[in-house]
Every structure is written in structure tokens, then in C-alpha cells.
Design a protein around this ligand. Structure first.
Ligand code: NAG
Length: 504
């Protein structure tokens, strides 16, 4: 096994001499800063949000379109960027070519793991197996790329004082993401959270994601900051100085996960001098401009034409000029010894509700086990549409107690099947009604055709709760071969350089 891998590495290394390979070193975190893991230089994010919308379908995965990636990567390189932030991908598509294209121009990726269809909803938070499956698939699809800088577990989920409970669910998801990475990836890819800038709760949110157990804390923190608008404000008057004070003792890296107020157009990006100058570089690790393509909300740096070419806009030119003039001074990793304390968890108040007891890790096995104990389940007609499921659940929850399938992030009470898929929850409740209210009479399993009788293969669901899903090993997919080889090379002690030549 080992011999074979070394031979494979040698063959690839030889190939590399003839091909052009520029491999990026993984970025690592030490204390409150990012570093290039090989050179030891501090790393400052010079990023852009990258999510061109499709005119026909709305959402489109920007890392699945090799030609578009090539077009944009070279423009980003000229602009002076080293990072993209992508909000939505489709894990079933292939991303190898785009990731290699961005790597070849020195660009890292920070990826948001949830998508609108599978995300924690701020007003009605739930964390179920559908969300977890989507997130886990996305991690497995991207964890093998050397230029994946980090993952976001959430973006602006709690965004005001009325939605604070949702943060307990985000923190549970963040915990599970970290556990999954540490048990399936040789590299501990960091996981963070991106906050909005709501004055009522920003300090609580910031402390919350940096308090408590290590396995539940964010590895880095982003703030979407739009306070610097136009050229009439400066470091002090914009609010940037105050925000900097607030994160000055934060124990993990902090950066502007979005910036670039557009109330004054074109944007000249005077804040870039501050972000990469001495006022901010000892505290912040750079920032991400919102956003690459011109869309309806008018934040674009380039216009993507109907013939699929890209034309830089005035904002692009201004940003290019100012980025070329900044030279953030960092520290060296070996010389950086500062260790800061984690935050104190914010006290629960009317304006800060999340319970310290977080929602459980969703278990598909527990839900399947429960399903096999039911004698009355939702019919095909009932599960045909997601919207329908919500209405049907509301109806049945008006007739019987839904404690087993609901959760409360404020009280910290989570029903034993609160993480199951909506269709499974509906089946559980139809059966619950059938057994408890209907005395198992066949007529009590109808609900106008939304429920149907079936034969349980288990006499009770007693054993189901203890079932935890196994931690999955390396994914077997497009990206897995290179991943496995890289992993084994690390194990047999070859240098990071040799390992990083693979995949080409
Ligand atoms: C840094 O802060 C000082 C003091 O507030 C300010 O005068 C200066 O303009 C700031 N520098 C930049 C580049 O914003």
C-alpha cells in the first residue's frame, strides 16, 4: 500500500515538472489569526462574494461552470483578490475544475454550507435530518480541496432581538459540522459564523459563538459590515473604529464577511485603506467585498453580459487601485504567541433566549427505526408537497400533543423525533392519534385520505432513540481518490509540497 502510493506520487511529481502547477498551501489558524501553513506568513483575506444569479433559474452553483470560473478567476487575479465567498452550491455537481482554476490564480474558497431549502429558519428554527444531510454532503464534496479556507455554518440567522433562539440551532449545526470534519478529514478545516450588524444583539451573538465548549465554538467569526458609506465618513465616523474595539480581544480570527455599502455609487472603497492599514490589521484578518456580479441589488464589480463575457464596472477599477496600494503588515506564525480567553456566554434575557442545552444531532437511523414501529402513516398524497406537510402538521398538532416532534431552543426541550423529516413527523403524529385517541380503530387512520394503515415491523419505538448515525468515512465520489492519496501521504510522512502536487 505504502510503496504503491509513493510510486504514484513519484509518477505524478514527474508529470508536474512538465505541467504548470501552482499549489496553494492550506491556511491554518493560530490564536486570533490566519496563517499560510507552509510559509508561516499571516494571511489577510482579500475577498469577494461570488454568486452570479442565473437569469432563468435564479440559483446557480458558480463552482460547477468551468468556463465561467476561468473568465472570473483571471479578472479576480488582476483585481488583487485571494479569496471568494460562495453562498450556495449543489453538492451533487462536480467542482474539480473550478476549484483548480481558482487555486491556479491563488484564490481560496470560504463556503456557506446551508442553502435556502435546507437551512435554519430564524422565525421558526428547526434542525432536521434534511438540513444535516445537505450540509454533510457539501462538506464531503469540498473538504478535499487544498484551497478550501473554511466553512460558514450560518449567515445572519439571528438578525434582531426577536430571533435570538435560532442561534441555539445554528450552534448545534456548527458543533456537528466540526465533529464531522474532525472525524472524516485529515485537515481540520475551520468552521465559522457570519453575523449581521444589528446593534441590539451583535455583542451577544459575537460572544455566543465564542463561548462554551471547544466543540461548540466557531473557529473564526465574520461580520457583514455596511457602515462605511461614501467618502464623507472615515475610520472614526463610519463606526469602523467602534466595531474594531468590540472585537479587539476576540480569541479567534475575525474578518468582514461582507463589506461595501452602495448607497453612494460608484463605490470608491476608501474603507479598504482602513481594513488593510495599521488601525485594523492587528485586530481583523481582512474582508470580503459584496459582490462579484452586478445583480438587481446593484453591488456588482463586473457586469456579466448576455454573451457570457464579463465587463469590469467602475467599482472594479476603484477597488483594483486601492487594493494595489495596501500592504497589510502581518506577524509570523512562529513569533505569534498571544493566547486570548474565550468569551463569557451571554446571560439569558428577553433579548437573548438561546438555551445552553443545544438541539441534538439529527439521526436518520432513529427516524427510520421510529417509522418501522408505526401502524398508521402519512399517505403518498400527504407527502407529495412540502407546503402541504406544514399545513397537515399544523392541523394534527391542534388535535394531539406534538411534544415528541417539536423543539424549543429557549427552554432547551427537544422532542425525541424533533430532528426527523417533516413527512416522518406527520406519520408519527397520525400514528400517535390513531393509537391514543382512536383506540387503534381503523377509522382513526384516515384524515381524509392523508393517512393510511400499514403493518409495523417493530412492536415499539423504545430502542429507536438510542440510535446514532455512524460517522461517515471519506466520501467515495469525484474528489475522493485525490483525497485518500493526500491523506495517506501525510500519514507516511511525505512533505506537504509533494502531497499538494497531487490532483493535477
Ligand atoms: C487610523 O485611525 C486614525 C485615528 O482615528 C485616523 O486619523 C486615520 O485616518 C485612520 N487611518 C485610516 C487609514 O483610516
Amino acid at each position: 500500500m505504502v510503496h504503491l502510493l509513493i510510486a504514484a506520487a513519484a509518477a505524478l511529481a514527474t508529470t508536474c515538472i512538465f505541467g504548470s502547477v501552482s499549489a496553494l498551501n492550506p491556511i491554518t489558524i493560530k490564536g486570533s489569526k490566519f496563517f499560510d501553513s507552509a510559509t508561516g506568513d499571516q494571511f489577510f483575506i482579500k475577498g469577494v462574494a461570488y454568486q452570479p444569479r442565473s437569469h432563468t433559474t435564479g440559483f446557480s452553483d458558480p463552482l460547477s461552470k468551468p468556463d465561467d470560473c476561468k473568465r472570473d478567476a483571471s479578472l479576480m487575479k488582476s483585481l488583487g483578490l485571494n479569496t471568494i465567498r460562495v453562498y450556495q452550491v449543489d453538492p451533487s455537481l462536480n467542482h474539480d475544475e473550478c476549484m483548480a482554476t481558482f487555486e491556479s490564480v491563488g484564490i481560496y474558497l470560504i463556503l456557506d454550507l446551508t442553502v435556502p431549502k435546507y437551512s435554519i429558519v430564524r422565525n421558526n428554527p428547526e434542525y432536521d435530518i434534511n438540513i444535516w444531510n445537505q450540509v454533510r454532503d457539501t462538506i464531503d464534496t469540498f473538504k478535499g480541496y487544498r484551497n478550501i479556507l473554511g466553512f460558514f455554518a450560518g449567515n445572519e440567522v439571528t438578525n434582531d432581538k426577536s430571533t435570538t433562539m435560532a442561534s441555539a440551532y445554528v450552534k448545534a449545526l456548527l458543533r456537528d459540522i466540526k465533529t464531522h470534519i474532525s472525524s472524516t478529514s485529515p485537515r481540520r478545516i475551520p468552521v465559522g459564523y457570519a453575523n449581521n450588524d444589528d446593534p441590539d444583539v451583535r455583542l451577544q451573538i459575537q460572544a455566543y459563538f465564542n463561548c462554551g465548549k471547544e466543540e461548540e465554538r466557531a473557529d473564526f467569526y465574520g461580520i457583514n459590515l455596511y457602515e462605511w458609506c461614501g467618502t464623507d465618513v472615515d475610520y472614526q465616523t463610519s463606526g469602523y473604529a467602534d466595531r474594531t474595539k468590540e472585537v479587539a480581544t476576540y480569541s479567534v480570527p475575525v474578518f468582514l464577511s461582507e463589506f461595501g455599502c452602495n448607497t453612494v455609487l460608484p463605490r470608491t472603497f476608501t474603507e479598504v485603506q482602513a481594513i488593510f492599514g495599521p488601525n485594523m490589521t492587528s485586530t481583523w484578518s481582512g474582508g470580503i467585498v459584496y459582490e462579484w456580479s452586478e445583480e438587481d441589488n446593484r453591488y456588482g464589480l463586473v457586469n456579466i453580459n448576455s454573451d457570457n463575457t464579463a465587463k469590469p464596472l467602475a467599482d472594479y477599477d476603484y477597488l483594483q487601485k486601492t487594493l494595489a496600494s495596501v500592504h497589510p503588515k502581518g506577524v509570523r506564525m512562529d513569533a505569534f504567541k498571544e493566547e486570548r480567553s474565550i468569551s463569557t456566554c451571554p446571560a439569558n434575557t428577553d433579548m437573548w433566549e438561546p438555551n445552553a442545552h443545544l438541539p441534538p444531532t439529527p439521526s436518520a437511523g432513529a427516524c427510520e427505526c421510529m417509522m418501522s414501529s408505526l401502524n398508521c402513516v402519512a399517505s403518498d398524497q400527504a407527502v407529495a408537497t412540502t407546503e402541504n406537510l406544514g399545513t397537515l402538521l399544523n392541523t394534527i398538532c391542534g388535535m394531539a400533543s406534538c411534544d415528541d416532534i417539536t423543539s424549543n431552543g429557549k427552554t432547551g426541550v427537544y422532542g425525541k423525533y424533533s430532528f426527523c423529516a417533516p413527512a416522518q413527523k406527520l406519520s408519527y403524529m397520525y400514528n400517535f392519534y390513531h393509537v391514543n385517541m382512536g383506540k387503534k380503530q381503523p377509522t382513526s387512520c384516515s384524515f381524509n385520505g392523508m393517512a393510511k394503515l400499514t403493518t409495523a415491523s417493530k412492536s415499539s419505538d423504545k430502542e429507536c432513540m438510542a440510535i446514532k448515525d455512524p460517522l461517515l468515512g471519506p466520501k467515495t465520489g469525484s474528489n475522493s481518490a485525490g483525497w485518500a492519496i493526500t491523506y495517506n501521504l501525510v500519514l507516511v510522512g511525505l512533505t506537504a509540497l509533494t502531497a499538494s502536487m497531487l490532483n493535477f
